[in-house]
Ligand binder design. Structure first.
Ligand code: UDX
Length: 427
């Protein structure tokens, strides 16, 4: 596995857990030293146990020596980042660098699998790069996109809906199928297509899911005005099997390391192929607008008087069960509210965030109660389990407080009974 980020580390550890011998490679020596000492660089439920277990058994190894790892392996997975570059396209420099490095160490036959999220035709370019140093008969480049969700990555690896592999080489396909055999036996569908097909599947899947979320978020805006509960609408439409009930939860803007980046990148790929992906463009716009819209809603809940008001964020990560801040709505909302004179406190189960450490009037609290006690408005930003049954009446010192639940964790009826001033999304 080249790259020990979310995808490389989780996949590497899980492949080792299936009985394979796995090398995880990273340029970052510090990270590798930490991993060799049992220190996991990310928060992902269940990962530490799997890493430690397989490290101890010798099936999982960490190194910064790419050459040593490539020589010892039959299958090489490229799992490096593809961040957004200035024009919105995917920055492929890490993928190309990794390909160059790999090419230098190919002496016997290797399958090079691209797991990084890359625009269509990247596989062709990777093949070209590798063929500069390695003999064509000594390698085959294929695509095998990753669909892991942060916070659920181990489960998603072990029980995937489908495994997508892009190659026209039948012999290679059989080898990859046998690598995934234990998961296929448990019910995962193994789907093969062309290399370019697999590359598009990854972006199309993420863009579609982002569209589904933005769609329900906008329907939620309508429900709110029409005094209808969007949760009923989600259930009502989700029961239609053609639509399906998942990814129809209203909330803040979608965030994370993938949806914001991948929607932009596929629009850019569209430009390169002279194709107008107008729906995805509209989704990006709708999602960006939502961050400002929610800041405005928070202000209006406080009757637009927010100077010196104490506002508490419960959770700041982009979703629950992760420490990841990338693309989080809080990164936009908190500065928006600060600008208007609010004083922010936040509690997050994954601790203090460097993103806010230099922002004046933003304070981390290490318990829910200390974060909420004398707050004017509590914003439930992330859907952590520990926010689902808070005894608000007990933890608030103030008599008058308001709650803005951006994840619809509570029932408006129950809140009314408790005489709590409660606002949620789309109802
Ligand atoms: C996503 C894809 O699901 C995964 O397949 C891909 O490989 C990587 O990107 P991830 O970003 O980890 O995974 O999280 P996900 O659970 O998909 O959530 C993404 C965003 O959508 C979050 O901000 C989440 O809060 C939001 N979301 C999700 C909703 O607002 N409503 C939903 O119903 C589902």
């Amino acid at each position: 596995m080249i790259g020990t980020g979310y995808v490389g580390l989780v996949s590497g550890a899980c492949f080792a857990d299936l009985g394979n011998s796995v090398w995880c490679v990273d340029k970052d020596k510090n990270k590798i030293d930490n991993l060799n000492n049992g220190i996991i660089p990310i928060y992902e439920p269940g990962l530490e146990e799997i890493v430690n277990k397989n490290f101890k058994s010798g099936r999982l190894k960490f190194t910064s020596n790419l050459e040593e790892a490539v020589k010892a392996s039959q299958i090489i997975f490229i799992c490096v980042g593809t961040p957004t570059s200035k024009n919105g396209s995917a920055d492929l420099s890490y993928v190309y660098n990794a390909s160059k490095e790999i090419s230098k160490s190919i002496k016997t036959f290797k399958i090079v699998v691209n797991k990084s999220t890359v625009p269509v035709t990247t596989g062709d370019k990777v093949e070209k790069i590798i063929s500069k140093k390695a003999k064509k008969r000594n390698f085959e480049v294929i695509s095998n996109p990753e669909f892991l969700r942060e916070g659920e990555a181990i489960r998603d690896f072990r029980f995937p809906d489908r495994i997508v592999v892009g190659t026209n080489n039948k012999k290679i396909l059989k080898k990859i199928e046998s690598l995934y055999e234990p998961l296929i036996k448990k019910g995962a569908t193994f789907f093969s297509t062309s290399r370019r097909g697999a590359e598009i599947i990854k972006y199309a899947a993420n863009a579609f899911l982002a569209t589904k979320i933005s769609f329900i978020n906008e329907i939620g805006n309508l429900c709110e005005k029409a005094n209808v509960d969007v949760e009923d609408v989600s259930l009502g439409i989700g029961l239609d099997k053609r639509i399906g009930s998942r990814f129809l939860r209203v909330g803040p803007s979608y965030g994370g390391s993938c949806f914001p980046k991948d929607t932009k990148a596929i629009v850019n790929t569209g430009y390169n192929f002279k194709t107008n992906l107008s729906i995805i463009k509209a989704v990006i716009k709708s999602n960006d607008y939502r961050m400002d819209m929610l800041s405005k809603k928070a202000k209006s809940i406080l009757n637009n008087k927010i100077k010196n008001k104490k506002i508490t964020f419960l959770g700041v990560t982009f979703k629950a069960n992760t420490d990841d801040m990338r693309g989080s709505t809080s990164l936009k909302m908190i500065p928006n509210l600060i600008k208007k004179g609010a004083i922010i406190r936040y509690y997050d189960p994954t601790g203090i965030k460097k993103e806010f450490s230099k922002t004046k009037n933003v304070l981390f609290c290490d318990t829910i109660s200390s974060a909420c006690a004398d707050s004017d408005l509590v914003i439930i930003h992330t859907e952590w389990d520990e926010f689902k049954s808070i005894d608000f009446k007990r933890i608030f010192k103030k008599k008058k407080f308001k709650i803005f639940d951006m994840r619809n964790l509570y029932s408006p009826k129950d809140m009314k009974k408790l005489k709590i001033s409660y606002y949620s999304i789309g109802r």
